[in-house]
Design a protein around this ligand. Sequence first.
Ligand code: FEO
Length: 395
Amino acid sequence: MAFSREVREISSDVYWVGVRDWERKFFDKLVPLPEGTTYNAYLVQGEEKTALVDTVNPGFEEDLEEKVGQVMDPGELDYLIMNHAEPDHANGLSHMLSLAENPEILATKKGKDMALSLYDLPEEKFRVVEGGDTLDLGDKTLEFIDAPWLHWPETMFTYFREEGILFPSDFFGAHIATPKLYADEFREDVLKYAKDYFGEIMMPFRPRAAKALDKLEDYEINTIAPSHGVIYRNPEKILEAHRSWTSSEVEEKVLIPYISMWGSTAKMVKVLRETIAAEGVDAVPFEVSSQSLNSLAGELVDSAGIVFGTPTVLAGPHPQIIYIATLAKKLNPPTKYFGVVESHGWAGGAVRELSNLVEGTSGELLDPIEIKGSPEEEDLERVVGLGEKLVEKIK
Ligand code: FEO
């Protein structure tokens, strides 16, 4: 018996034809994917024309072909909509074009330029669309919504007017490969995954994301069907979460990324954590050598403060802290206060370098703490002072 892949009808004549990638461990060789991910593609079949919204990651082209083939002859496709040019959604365009003579590829002007530079596609197949343009499928209308820089410059959303279904590509995504298609079927609150994903991918573009959310206020949205993770058929919760994550609102929370070679930094972090927590403010330690980067990204989304804990090694911060601090800065979190606790054997250096890294953020750097050797009572008093100052400012 031939193996038949799963296809789901999410609305009348609208099909999920995406794939689950259980094996993928990293995205962009940067973001860990402990639960894998999905590459969601959607087939919208009108009375007269049919459109495929996005495609799939390299290696899954034949799965997509087989899935589309369960609904219709892939050779009869009329339109390929490219919301985003990144290979996990656009690489499959060539394969789909190899099956069918007719399809036009609909993309933004930037999308077309990027796709032509990334893939071997015929230029004449492209139709450039702008926000507000529509595509008539007969009894169904697709509208394109300008949504650039989420998270590449060429991105757009596609909106199925009659049913209020938004196809926002990466936006509203989550990296989870689950047999559950819908967020409300998922075994736990999907917002944790969505928040980690937002921190990793969308946070550097918060103003653009806020603008896109404002634009969506003009649309009646019944379902959000992103390109990664699950589908939201009651989207208010995920919309509200994104409104909060794109704002500069922060929680009463201090994130403490740290690493300790011989225990001195860990001792200071423990005292700092207890001081902050005793005042009712969340203190979230993140031991950089053992914890997963995706949870760091999620915590960055709404932490009021960040304190880096590091020894001085080779005249600077521990290399793993340099990496984390650099990444945290690039992800552009809304952090208001920064701190550093450092220990050294014979000479400091970590504080200077970390302070330079914090420069250029909109956050305030509180007086760093440097100690020599194992922390004495008076050193720990200074750590308590830092914790109290953070709490005072945050509350
Ligand atoms: Fe899922 Fe930016 O690609």
